[in-house]
Design a protein around this ligand. Structure first.
Ligand SMILES: C[S@@+](CC[C@H](N)C(=O)[O-])C[C@H]1O[C@@H](n2cnc3c(N)ncnc32)[C@H](O)[C@@H]1O
Length: 292
């Protein structure tokens, strides 16, 4: 049996913002290990419906074990296919949608998935393992300029060019196969010491590129806006500034166009006690809108 001890990020704040009605229809578009979905299900009545979506099959298997009992429908899909996934599940419109972005603890901690710079396994970082292109392909095959762009744009790394140059020099000598190998190449290119590992930004940039996270987010937000009933709510948890900026602009544009009312003028952060017990919550920002 899998242990379900983890409490999802800002669970109570998300539930309040979604304003769950027992007979409502909800979509958790990042079901992950099912933490938020379990909390939503607990508030739904007999006639309430929940669709859980993820593009990671391993996550869906854990969610199925946790949520069980047929009250939730689980479906493998990416944000880009959110509209189709909802329609295939018989949902034309819904009362609330949650996006809890980024990677799950399971993806990060399972070193075989190749997300962590502590992993001795092959560079991978695919959320959907059926996708052909992984971080290995980007690191070993993309031209230097494209590598620098990815590390700069998605990793917000000021030393992106120097890092890209070093990666290209090293991969000429031998392929860069593992996460630890890449992490040490980046560390040697940066030559700096601080609290965070010098490869943190580079790994973030690669992960975003591998999973096309920004394109996915844009399309997920648009589909979510189209799926909401009047009075329905969209809640989004982000973990870095690129995501948060995109969500903020999407919501502000919707308000200007008269489609949404803002539920959060400023993003909501996790309480101190939560951050103490779950460091993953430190960078979390929660924003929400209501469909008019
Ligand atoms: C932070 S975790 C969600 C954790 C979840 N809220 C819980 O309580 O267990 C994010 C999940 O979203 C999924 N995900 C990220 N981007 C996605 C996308 N574009 N389409 C579908 N799923 C995505 C990831 O595979 C991961 O399982």
């Amino acid at each position: 049996m899998t242990e379900f001890s983890h409490v999802p990020v800002m669970r109570d704040e998300v539930l309040v913002m979604l304003d769950i009605r027992p007979e409502g229809t909800y979509i958790d578009a990042t079901v992950g290990l099912g933490g938020h979905s379990a909390a939503i299900l607990a508030l739904l009545g007999e006639r309430g419906r929940l669709l859980g979506i993820d593009r990671d099959e391993a996550a869906l298997a854990v969610a199925a074990e946790r949520l069980g009992n047929g009250r939730v429908k689980l479906k493998k899909a990416a944000f880009a296919d959110l509209l189709a996934a909802a329609q295939e599940s018989g949902i034309e419109a819904c009362d609330g949608i949650l996006l809890d972005l980024g990677v799950s603890m399971m993806q990060l901690k399972d070193h075989e998935r190749g997300f962590s710079f502590q992993s001795g396994h092959e560079l991978d970082m695919r959320m959907d393992t059926a996708q052909p292109k992984s971080a290995w392909h980007i690191v070993n095959e993309e031209p230097e300029q494209e590598l620098a762009r990815i590390i700069h744009e998605y990793g917000e790394e000021p030393l992106s060019r120097r890092i890209a140059r070093r990666i290209v020099a090293e991969r000429k000598k031998r392929k860069i196969d593992t996460c630890v190998q890449l992490a040490s190449i980046v560390a040697s290119a940066c030559g700096r010491r601080g609290k965070t590992h010098p490869a943190t930004r580079t790994f973030q940039g690669l992960r975003i590129a591998v999973n096309r996270e920004m394109e996915q987010l844009r399309s997920g937000l648009e589909s979510a806006g189209a799926l909401l009933n009047k009075g329905g709510r969209l809640c989004v948890l982000t973990y870095h500034s690129l995501e948060d900026r995109m969500v903020k602009h999407f919501m502000r544009d919707g308000v200007r166009e008269g489609r949404f009312a803002l539920l959060t003028k400023k993003p909501v952060s996790a309480r101190r006690e939560e951050v103490m017990s779950n460091p993953a919550a430190r960078s979390a920002k929660l924003r929400g809108v209501e469909r008019l």
